[in-house]
Design a protein around this ligand. Structure first.
Ligand code: AMP
Length: 299
């Protein structure tokens, strides 16, 4: 079954203690779409400006991603600039230029309105809600967000959360949303906003799911070198949704395996800048790492 992903299709300028890389292909929807493409056909909705290189369009095409919902407008593509400290868990946003996405009020193409799996990847909650209102009886909707939207669009986010099945966010955002330091308490308390499934991403420490079947703890794949973790969270949720869409049927039955596959897909993302290593991955390599991880947690 296919998956609709909407979010930012961006140019990212990323600084780490070792390297600087300007205007790489990035954005929540780009990372999520490439990650999901290893599992299922993906339809991407986004908007880019006239500065968006054709080579990046070719990268989406290499992954068989349907671009019928990708618009091109005159103006700048969403641009995000971030800097990592020596401890790569700490990053600062230096600049966010919304560009052409700021005034975008997209219409979901008729052929995509019946998509059963929908990922509202990180972008303005108003935009995520605008897309969701156009969908016709989706089976499973997940939403990802970040601190910027908690700070400037909290009410819009809370109104969206009443209508989605799954909320995904990272641990500092969960603490911020719930004003609760303990992540286990925070993940369980977030159900009160609406979603039956809540997932907190904890970077190199994995992820926690809270749902009707209780808690599930997923480890991250241990990497001896992290080059650039940008997009790891988006790759995680993209891989997870791709896995769910591929399997169809009862989401609750597949969700734990989907989280493990999302976590492994994210590990490839961290090994290179931007999408450089994710795009070289294959489903077979992902499955190999899943098996290795199983061996590491078995006892
Ligand atoms: P992650 O590392 O998973 O948190 O995601 C990083 C990606 O999110 C980058 O590729 C950015 O282009 C994108 N991004 C950064 N800020 C925002 C924002 N405010 N809204 C949507 N996407 C963003």
């Amino acid at each position: 079954m296919s998956l609709l992903i909407i979010g930012t299709t961006a140019l990212d300028s990323i600084k780490t203690p070792h390297q600087e890389n300007p205007r790489l292909l990035g954005g929540s929807a780009s990372h999520a779409a490439v990650a999901a493409s290893f599992f299922t056909p993906v339809h991407l909705m986004g908007i880019v400006g006239d500065d968006f290189p054709d080579t990046y369009i070719q990268l989406y095409e290499k992954h068989g991603i349907d671009l019928s919902g990708l618009e091109r407008a005159s103006g700048n593509t969403f641009h995000w600039e971030g800097e990592y400290e020596v401890n790569m868990n700490n990053r600062r946003t230096l600049e966010t230029d919304l560009g052409v996405i700021e005034n975008w009020t997209p219409s979901v193409p008729t052929a995509l309105k019946h998509s059963e799996y929908v990922l509202l990847a990180n972008c303005a909650p108003q935009l995520q809600h605008h897309i969701l209102r156009q969908m016709i009886q989706p089976r499973f909707v997940a939403v990802d967000t970040m601190d910027l939207w908690l700070n400037i669009a909290r009410q819009e986010l809370e109104s969206l959360l009443k209508e989605v099945d799954c909320l995904v966010l990272n641990d500092s955002e969960a603490r911020q949303l719930m004003e609760e330091d303990n992540v286990v308490k925070a993940v369980q308390a977030m159900h009160r906003f609406g979603p039956r499934q809540v997932i907190v991403k904890k970077g190199e420490h994995g992820a926690i799911l809270s749902g009707p079947d209780g808690l599930f703890i997923a480890p991250a794949y241990p990497l001896d070198q992290v080059v650039d973790p940008t997009g790891a969270g988006d790759s995680f949720v993209g891989g997870m949704m791709g896995y769910l869409a591929h399997h169809g049927g009862d989401v609750a039955k597949h969700l734990r395996a989907a989280i493990i596959h999302g976590s492994i897909t994210a590990s490839f993302c961290c090994e290179g800048f931007g999408l450089n290593t994710t795009t070289e991955t294959t489903r077979a390599l992902i499955d190999q790492r899943v098996e290795k991880l199983k061996g590491m947690v078995g006892y």
